[in-house]
Design a protein around this ligand. Structure first.
Ligand code: ADP
Ligand code: ASP
Ligand code: MG
Length: 472
């Protein structure tokens, strides 16, 4: 018997039929003697609808949230009718769902009246999606005779007050989980916990960032000392590339924590980059599996990488980034300019995706998301105002239409032939590499290319990976 944490994503919660399959997966695991803690995302698309509605409400566009209210009622009502057959149970579930949707509408109305939306308000609003879906799945399991219980993670996951991007306080979370969740599991209850959300110590709802239900799964798996964390999604596992971009992408059977961390950080949406953090030091295995194809073994993520012939295992892409360059002849030998630039950017809470310095010391550049670019440039210009006026720094500018492509595989950088093959393939395709990145790990090589070349570059590199290093 094992204790497993299952996390089901938005597509896996998308309609009544697939929610019934999710229930079957849980019940089959219970039948095999396992203890199962389940974490769920909102129904697919719901989080986007909630966010859009809240933002529109703040701008006085009330029709958006009114339409979302109607959509949420229809969609959840229909699923509830299909999933819960017992009349009293169905009625109780509908009351609960409508209460939550009323709460959403009231919150949006307040935002519209105030004409202002704070991140705190936004978190209260977007948390509704997971609160609805957890109740649907739990009620369905109850209807099938199981002792399921929906639980809002606001009671379990204690976080900082960084609304929209909160960080869990692991010791406090662990204490709550040990007190409230572990006894339920031991008593044979099937807890269905909301992903994505948590609360501050004083109980104010927070969220962990987009795609954060995976992270919730990792946090809770660690706190119950689970044997494994299984991420159930809509593809067979972690693949050699995003299958939407590269149809011939295939599942990678084994990846290390570091490899999957790089993949996730550099754009593979299949797993939230922080998911591995809480489970890494326990060496807890993570499996990525397909709700729609549950017999496929999926991907196993473990501490050590698997040695494969070509070492490079997967290609990822981050679209919509800007390349910011700081250049000036007067920078040569002037210490501290790079450090001050990065501090200025960090104060704006901007994430640097890739950093690169030219050997001449006359410039350095780094890559940020397009949404962060203007803020980063303004902060640097303010910080370096004196150097700019003395013309020690000539220019600070952002180049658009850039995409970051990353090749991932542990040990890649030390293995001479690999980088040579990668650049060889790009040269054959006549793709101009704008920046080559110096990341901190040996498991990735990142490059920036012009957007017009990006898709071709990914496909060419993918052929290389898929053919184990032979250009095909
Ligand atoms: P969920 O709702 O289950 O959390 P997501 O949509 O967040 O699912 O993540 C799964 C999706 O990630 C897949 O449908 C796929 O399109 C995308 N994806 C991007 N890169 C990869 C990759 N390397 N391997 C697998 N899926 C990927
Ligand atoms: N529902 C949230 C989102 O769409 C969290 C998740 O699905 O992981 O971002
Ligand atoms: Mg996801």
């Amino acid at each position: 018997m094992a204790t497993l944490t299952f996390k089901f994503g938005g597509t896996s919660m998308g309609n009544a039929a697939i929610i019934a399959s999710v229930a079957q997966i849980i019940l089959d695991a219970v039948e095999q003697g396992h203890q199962i803690l389940t974490v769920v995302s909102a129904m697919s698309g719901v989080t986007n609808q909630l966010l859009d509605s809240a933002r529109a409400a703040a701008e006085g566009r009330t029709a958006v949230y009114l339409k979302t209210t109607a959509d949420l009622r229809d969609r959840h009502h229909e699923a509830a009718r299909e999933l819960v057959r017992t009349p009293e149970a169905q009625e109780a579930l509908l009351v609960e769902l409508h209460r939550l949707i009323d709460e959403f509408q009231d919150l949006c109305r307040s935002v519209a009246i105030l004409g202002e939306l704070t991140n705190r308000g936004l978190d209260a609003i977007v948390s509704i999606g997971e609160r609805l879906s957890a109740r649907l799945l739990a009620a369905h399991l109850q209807d099938r005779g199981a002792a399921a219980l929906p639980i809002d993670a606001t009671r379990l996951i204690v976080t900082t007050a960084a609304f929209q991007n909160a960080t869990p306080l692991m010791d406090k979370t662990r204490a709550r989980v040990q007190q409230h969740l572990v006894p339920l599991l031991k008593a044979g209850v099937l807890p269905i916990v909301t992903g994505y959300i948590g609360a501050t110590e004083t109980g104010i709802t927070t969220t962990l960032g987009r795609g954060g239900s995976d992270y919730s799964g990792g946090i809770l798996a660690a706190c119950i000392d689970a044997d494994e964390l299984w991420i159930w999604t809509d593809v067979d596992g972690v693949m050699t590339a995003d299958p939407r971009l590269v149809p011939s992408a295939h599942v990678i059977p084994i990846l290390s924590y570091r490899e999957v961390g790089e993949l996730a950080f550099f754009g593979a949406k299949v797993l939230h980059p922080k998911t591995i953090l809480p489970v890494m030091d326990r060496g807890m295995p993570i499996r990525v599996r397909n709700t729609f194809n549950p017999t496929h073994p999926g991907t196993l993520i473990r501490p050590e990488p698997e040695i494969t012939p070509f070492i490079a295992k997967a290609i990822t892409i981050i679209p919509d980034v800007h390349l910011i360059t700081v250049a000036g002849r007067g920078m040569i030998g002037v210490p501290g300019i790079a450090g001050r630039t990065f501090s200025a950017v960090a104060r704006e809470d901007v994430n640097l995706l890739v950093i690169s310095q030219s050997s001449s010391e006359q410039s350095f550049c780094f890559i940020v998301r397009d949404s962060d670019s203007a803020r980063a440039v303004a902060a640097i210009k303010a910080e370096l105002a004196a150097e700019i006026s003395r013309q020690d720094v000539d220019r600070v500018w952002a180049q658009e239409n850039i995409e970051v492509i990353t090749i991932v595989g542990a040990g890649m950088r030390e293995t001479p032939g690999v980088a040579a093959r990668i650049f060889g393939v790009l040269a054959e395709e006549q793709i101009n590499v704008i920046v080559i990145a110096q990341g901190s790990s040996d498991a990735n090589i990142s490059l920036a290319v012009d957007s017009k070349d990006a898709r071709r570059a990914v496909q060419a590199l993918h052929r290389l990976v898929a053919n184990n290093g032979a250009a095909g």
